[in-house]
Structure formats: structure tokens, C-alpha cells
Design a protein around this ligand. Sequence first.
Ligand code: HEM
Length: 363
Amino acid sequence: MTIPVPIRITVALVAVSALVLGVWMGLMRIGWFFGTPPAPGTHGPILVLGFLGTVIGMERAVAVGRSWAWATPILAAGSVITMLTGAPTELTGALLLVAGSVLVALFATAYRMQPEPHIILMGVGAVAWVLAAGTWLAGEPVPSLVPWLAAFLILTIAGERLELARLIATTRSAKMQLAGAVAVVIVGSAIAWAYGETGARIAGLGNLLIALWLLRYDIARRTIRLGGVTRYMAAGLLIGYAWLAVSGALWITTGLQMASTGYDAALHTLFLGFIMSMIMAHAPIVIPALAGLAFPFGREMWIPLIFLQISVIVRVTGDLTGSYEMKRWGGMLNAIALALLVLIVITTVVRGEIAKRKPHTTV
Ligand code: HEM
């Protein structure tokens, strides 16, 4: 049984709405008021699990080609609706818990067919999703989910990159180094349940080690020398890894203390600098794979990528120098970078689809 196209489209539209509303909530929280968005307190979970969880779930469901795998993106999209409508947190937490558990089951199934380290890594990332949802379900406040939300995304991305790094035959010692860094992330995030500050510092060290590993072993270091879309993707990845390293250092120094000057910078060097650079880098391959749409890469894709970097630098400088106005403008520039991405992706897809439909003339 395949999942009907209208359901796939609805899930994709809910994911995009989660991005738009999540950014609107973020803008409000940083001091820009364009009316009051629904449920501004769910900014972090709606972006990480509602938007990215749905997109990652869709990508995996398409990759494995099993209809039950669609439970992850469908339930994650359902959680977007419950968050926005102000349904009890228990319901949202339960939906997310089941969605994450299905993802864990998916990786367990995949591992039986293909016992590879990158599948374990992505599976551990999915476990981090389950733990974030469980922590929320247990009534903990949103900031205490942050180490697990971050671990979900970092381990998923590291797993995907490891999958590609297989092409250049990483050594056993390199794999052991990565396993060590992942263990530090998991131990730190678990300690953060009881000792928030200490745990966050340890998890930050793990994030930093993963960043250094990626900078050292990712094939992007080689492909940056090529041209076109390959160079664009490699640049996005390497810049993202650099942000992950900066974020790791900030987690270590701030202990993710909400009252610290660097709290916002520690969060958004990771969630915007690292994660959004990854999304931008992967867009040219994920969009055709997920939606079957043509994506004729053009140089304009560099615009949101470069704009995003400038905007994160402005915001982090504002954070670290205590300049509220600079931080606030940095937040606005972040939102513009994401809007530019959406706009350029839509125009590229439209251009590609028109070109596809044009009758080919032979001379
Ligand atoms: C225009 C873009 C964004 C703005 C203006 C923004 C703004 C904010 C603000 C002001 C906070 C509270 C920080 C504090 O208490 O000092 C926050 C927290 C957070 N943000 Fe963002 N953010 C943006 C994008 C994102 C993105 C893309 C993600 C994830 C992919 C994200 C994830 C989080 C998380 C996990 C938290 C902590 C949990 C929470 O308080 O909800 N943010 N954001």
C-alpha cells in the first residue's frame, strides 16, 4: 500500500507552515511584534520536531519505501496541529513519542538488512528524539529538551554524512573517534536531566568533537574544489561544521544557562548556523528526491546561504556584546535569509518544471 499523494502533500504543507509559524514565534521572542503568533512557547519544538522531524521522517519514509514508515512524518505533522491549537502538552508529547519510536523501529529494521555504523548513528539520533518527547511528556519545560533536540539533529546529520564518507573508506580508528564523540553527547545530555549546566557542558564538548570529526573526514573537503552545485553543497556543509564547533565551545562556556549572555548564541549558532546551513546545502538533492520535482541549480542559491551566515554573525555579535538592537536585527536578518531560501527554491522548482514540460524541438 502506498501513501496517497494528497496525504503526502498535506504533510509537506504542514511542515512548511511549522517553519513559517516557528520563525514568527522566534521573531516575537526576539522583540519584533507582527501580531501574536499561536503558542509562541513552542518555538523550539515546532521547528525541530514539527518542521525538521516531519521533513526527516518524510525523507526516510521515501528512502525505505515502506508505508508504515510514513507514521513518523504524519504524527510529527499532527503534533504541529496540536501545538498550534493549544491542545494539552501530553497529547503533543505522546504523538511525538510514537513518531520518534516509529523512526527508531525503522532504523532497527534497516540495520537488520544493512548492518552499517551510519544506520546505528541515525538510530541513536532517533532515540534522542524519543527522549526529548518523553522529557516533554513528563512535564519538563521546553529549555530542558534542548540537549536531546540538538542530539537528534546532530546525530542524524552526522549519520547521513558518514553514509557518504563510506565512499572514501573511513578507517576503523576514525569510526572509533566518532563513536567516542557520540558517547560524550549522549552522556552529557543524560547528565543534563539532573545537572543541567554540567550536562550541557559535556554535551557541548561532544558536539565540538563531532564538528572537528566532520571537518576532518567529510568528503566536502575534497568536493569544495569542484564547481557548480557540488561546490555550493560542500561550502554549506563546511561552514555548517564550523558553526557547530563554535556552538560546542559556547555550550561549554555557558553551560546553556538561560541567564548567561551567550545562551541565545549557543542555541542559534547550532540551530541556525549549523542546521539551516545543512538544510540549504542539501536542498538541491533533497527536493528532487522527496517531491520528484526538477531543481535546476543556479548561482542564486548562494544568496540565502551567504545571507544566513552574515545574519548569524550579526546576531551572535549582538548576543556576546550585550547589544539588544544588534541581536534583534540579527534575528530579523535570520528570518529574511530563510524567506529568501523559500523564495529561491520555489522559483527554481517552477523554472525546472516549466523547462521539463516544454516540448523539445529538434533542428
Ligand atoms: C528567525 C529565526 C529565529 C529567531 C528570531 C529565533 C529566536 C529565538 C529566541 C529569542 C529564543 C529564546 C532564547 C532565549 O531565551 O534567550 C529561541 C529559543 C530557541 N530556538 Fe530559536 N529563533 C530562530 C530560529 C530557530 C530555528 C531555525 C530553530 C531550530 C531549527 C530554533 C530553535 C530554538 C530552540 C530549540 C530554542 C530553545 C527552546 C525554546 O526556548 O523554545 N530557532 N529562539
